[in-house]
Design a protein around this ligand. Structure first.
Ligand SMILES: [Mg+2]
Length: 186
């Protein structure tokens, strides 16, 4: 199965995980301030390309650092404001950022792999169809989230064999969002 077979057109929606897809994931730590936030190479330009191809682009991000009291909603708001500003300056677009402040242990409906953030996005954006949506993430949690509502899933991972290992969870894998954008664009 190649991405081309899905006949992606501008009625499709793109859901992006944040840490490990847009910015460098910090092992064992949270991005607590803008100084901690590092765009992965080429990602801003990739989002600019993807913005031409998708009706909506959303970020769906678990941020349990808030639930742990390590950072606040305002801290995260500042990071997201600056992130979106840089993406916009590069010619890209983010239609909305959904994030979950809840702890993993709470198993909250609004925390991935539960589907609350996806349902909220659909409620707020008429014309959003999950079957014509991608979830792009770097963890199995993201893949489960996407599959639970019927999205196509793309794992950001430098291992092309992963979809064969988890055929029900992921449709495709790419080593970066840049590689995904290149496939969509060409
Ligand atoms: Mg991630």
């Amino acid at each position: 199965m190649s991405l081309k077979n899905w006949h992606i057109d501008p009625t499709w929606t793109l859901f992006l995980d944040r840490d490990g897809v847009i910015n460098r994931r910090l092992e064992g730590d949270y991005v607590k301030r803008w100084d901690d936030f590092e765009f992965l190479p080429g990602v801003k330009e990739a989002i600019a390309l993807l913005s031409k191809h998708f009706r909506y682009i959303f970020i769906v991000s678990n941020q349990q650092g808030i639930g742990k009291g390590i950072m606040t909603h305002d801290d995260l708001g500042i990071i997201h404001e600056k992130m979106v500003q840089e993406i916009t300056e590069a010619g890209g677009r983010v239609d909305h950022i959904y994030y979950s402040p809840y702890l993993e242990s709470e198993d909250h409906f609004m925390r991935k792999p539960n589907v609350g953030m996806a349902l909220r996005a659909r409620k707020n954006h008429p014309g959003l169809i999950f079957k014509k949506s991608f979830m792009v993430g770097d963890s199995l949690t993201d893949m489960i989230f996407g599959k639970r509502v019927g999205m196509k899933t793309v794992m950001i991972e430098d291992n092309p064999n992963l979809p064969r290992k988890y055929p029900k969870l992921m449709d495709f894998s790419c080593n970066s969002l840049v590689a995904f954008a290149a496939i969509i664009h060409n």
